[in-house]
Design a protein around this ligand. Structure first.
Ligand code: PMP
Length: 355
């Protein structure tokens, strides 16, 4: 810590990203990336855009917004494009939360919400999930706070229905409800269809997961145009060129190849079923996931030890030390052959054949 750090940041605990090893020796099932390459159309578009990097990127992100609006049945004025969906989420904390309107989110959810609250000096409440890690919708009704819900939730993978989300929207008419749909497209219902009806709804999505573009850093939000205007005021007050030209082009390329994304989603859902069944056969309890990961616990295996043993044997999964979930590991769904290799190693560990 330097002597120049402002006192309010002395206790700031930053978000801890999952491990990104530099060598290729790992079967990487720890950060919910897609195991598939980006669409060829995305790669070709990014290459072409690289030739014009002497120019600033389009601060309006117009072409991409138009395409997103078309795909999600919205108007371009209802779309904001950001540097990963982390950025639109951070903008939402900056724009819609303060001491009079604290943030509210689940005790077990995406760990970055707490950090966004802290860095923006926003008070927050954590609402405990039920014993079975589901959300109790009534806990979110009429609470007069800016609500953040990851749907499906992370790291549990459990999703709310649209009826539940609607109930929360209706009961908080004077507060923004942010539905973080980072893992949309894998079986959960999207709340984007509610945007026309509820002016307090902001849906956030990303190209990082199903569109295989985590490294490009591309996210977006869809909501009422006034909400989007407010977010844009903050965006233009921090970094109007928040999304680089290669990423914008890659995004447009990816959207021109929806068949590819859909096919990959189908494969991930099939592999998720395979993984869940195989884990259950081995005595694991697995939460019902509508994401590209599963959250699993075993009555006889220590989750942290298992994580470490898997890592020693070149498989990375994610273990969280938080008390309520310390008995679980989160396993990203990879290709079928990655999952088969994972089970081979898991079985060897369980039989004591591996160190
Ligand atoms: N929301 C949730 C629930 C996530 O798990 C993630 C990925 N870590 C994000 C948002 C942010 O993803 P990105 O910034 O890559 O769009």
């Amino acid at each position: 810590m330097s002597r120049f750090l402002k006192p309010s940041f002395e206790k700031l605990v930053p978000y801890t990203p999952g491990e990104q090893p530099k060598d290729n020796k790992y079967i990487k099932l720890n950060t919910n990336e897609s195991p598939f390459a980006p669409s060829k159309k995305a790669i070709a578009a990014a290459k072409k855009a690289a030739k014009k990097l002497q120019l600033y990127s389009d601060p309006e992100c117009l072409a991409l917004r138009e395409k997103l609006a078309e795909i999600y049945g919205a108007k371009k004025e209802q779309v904001i494009v950001t540097n990963g969906s982390d950025e639109v989420l951070n903008f939402a904390f900056m724009t819609f939360c303060d001491e009079n309107t604290p943030a509210a989110f689940a005790d077990i959810t995406y760990g970055f919400y707490k950090v966004f609250a802290a860095v923006n000096n926003v008070p927050f409440v954590e609402i405990p999930l039920n014993e079975d890690f589901t959300i109790n919708v009534n806990d979110y009704c009429g609470i007069n706070k800016t609500i953040f819900i990851a749907n499906p939730n992370a790291p549990t993978g459990i999703a709310l229905t649209l009826e539940d989300i609607e109930k929360i929207l209706i009961s908080n008419p004077n507060n923004i409800v942010v539905i973080d749909e980072a893992y949309t497209g894998l079986g959960a219902q999207s709340a984007v269809s509610l945007v026309e009806r509820y002016d307090n709804l902001l849906v956030t999505m990303t190209f990082s997961k199903t569109r295989s573009m985590a490294g490009a850093r591309l996210g977006f939000g869809i909501g009422n145009k006034d909400i989007i205007n407010d977010l844009n005021t903050v965006r233009y007050s921090t970094n109007p060129y928040n999304v680089n030209s290669m990423t914008l082009a890659a995004g447009i390329g990816s959207l021109a190849d929806e068949q590819y994304t859909k096919a990959n989603c189908k494969t991930i859902m099939e592999n998720r079923l395979y993984t869940t069944n195989e884990l259950k056969k081995r005595g694991f309890s697995v939460l019902d996931s509508l994401s590209n990961f599963v959250f699993a616990t075993h009555p006889k295996l220590d989750a942290n030890e298992l994580y470490l043993k898997l890592k020693e044997n070149s498989v990375l999964v994610r273990h969280f030390t938080l008390e309520r979930i310390k008995d679980y590991n989160r396993i990203t769904i990879g290709t079928k052959s990655q999952m088969q290799a994972f089970f081979k190693i898991l079985d060897k560990i369980c039989q004591g054949d591996l160190k």
